[in-house]
Design a protein around this ligand. Sequence first.
Ligand SMILES: Nc1nc2c(ncn2[C@@H]2O[C@H](COP(=O)(O)OP(=O)(O)OP(=O)(O)O)[C@@H](O)[C@H]2O)c(=O)[nH]1
Ligand SMILES: [Mg+2]
Length: 456
Amino acid sequence: MESTISSIVTKLNLEMERQLLQLLPKPVRLHLLYQASTHGFNLSTLKDRFDKVGQFIIIVYLKRGEARGAYLGRDLNQNKHQKLFLFNLTSQQATSIPNKSKAEADVDPCKYGKAFKLRKIDFGVCVDFSSDEVYNTGWAEESITNRDGSLTEVEMFRVHDVGDILLYPWREMVWKESTREELRQSVVSHKVLSDSLNSARVLLLGPTGAGKSSFINSMRSVMYRQVIHLPIIGAAPEGFTKKLKSYPVRVERGGTPTSLTLCDMPSVGDSDSEGLSYSDTLAVLNGHVSDGYKFGFESPISPTDPCYRAEPKMRDRIHCVAFCLSASEVTDCSATQQKTYRKLHAAISALNIPQVILLTHVDQVCHAVKEDVCHVYTSRIVQERMQKAAELLGMSLSCVFPLKNYSSEHAVNCNTDILLLTAVQHMQDAVDDALEDLGDTSAVGCSSSRPPPSPE
Ligand SMILES: Nc1nc2c(ncn2[C@@H]2O[C@H](COP(=O)(O)OP(=O)(O)OP(=O)(O)O)[C@@H](O)[C@H]2O)c(=O)[nH]1
Ligand SMILES: [Mg+2]
């Protein structure tokens, strides 16, 4: 059985777990979310970790040896818990007590009619047992509390279908504070493998709402060690970002820039008639478009526009492209969109520009990942979505980086930072690899058929 913090040992012994799992129709794995003796006998953490979606098991352990509990299950697209039962549990057997009510079940994880009720009391927790017309438990009416030691533990588990979570991660990652710091140091100390370039420009390309601007905001948050809110994120059906703008990734607030600059721009359209056109994208890649240019979707940038740079220098070009795709939408991509992305991928490759895929919104496709992004490489659905993203662009799976942008939280999180920093570190390496491969440390962003740009 998995637990969120490796040092937590569940009170559910192997025999009890075996008995309990027999009550469930499908093979499942349990993931410990809350333990009263670790998180506090006050139920607030239990309620915080119960997000109303998915399947949960709550167990109370009694000093006299037995345990009792409740199972709640709800599908993603349903409002109420559809499946619900109470149970008795010992190492020898588990019996379920069905919910006899036809009414839809309540979503309070601490309250099951009068039959089983967890409540807060001064300095602890009390569980009230009874038997009623909804749950014919056969339990004597009694209240048991941890204050006198008769209630020894309360635990809540998330129930995963075995098919959803892989037994072993398919990409190695050490989810520790030290990993975050090492990655951070590597990003901070990195120098571009070029005499003529202090900072490599990474262009974020992708559909509306994929999280391009959020990635910039998230990287700032990682480096500043606090979640910040740039006013560049928003939802608009026709796309929120309208201009080209570059954001240096600084080592700290007001600090020196790192070797990466992230460039934000409007979403790529399905065709030249909507979103950013193919020709405008090429103009940006080749460094012809200056910061602040507002794209007019009716016509591409004209060489007479004040923002048009006729003779771009090496530093003006794009040195790496990060395709941003949302894990929750990557499967809905139309054939036209696929064609557009593949065409772009081919054009960018012809310019010798390295490319990566940032798969955002991974928290929206898997419960376990939503709880903690450290499950990203054991989640089968995230693995599928990563494969889909690679296939969409015709790129290798090793170029796909799953991540979660900071969108609703107020503080940075170690594992979220690890994923974001890993993606950025890979971009820095990819730029260096491309420079080295060309054997000319001033030519990323140039097709072999074009004359090399002037260095500065
Ligand atoms: N849950 C979740 N929400 C995200 C994630 N990334 C972005 N969002 C949200 O998605 C919405 C769109 O994000 P943006 O960063 O503005 O998307 P964009 O790609 O810049 O979109 P345009 O500028 O319109 O092309 C915002 O509400 C973000 O908070 C993510 O990884 N997880
Ligand atoms: Mg944007």
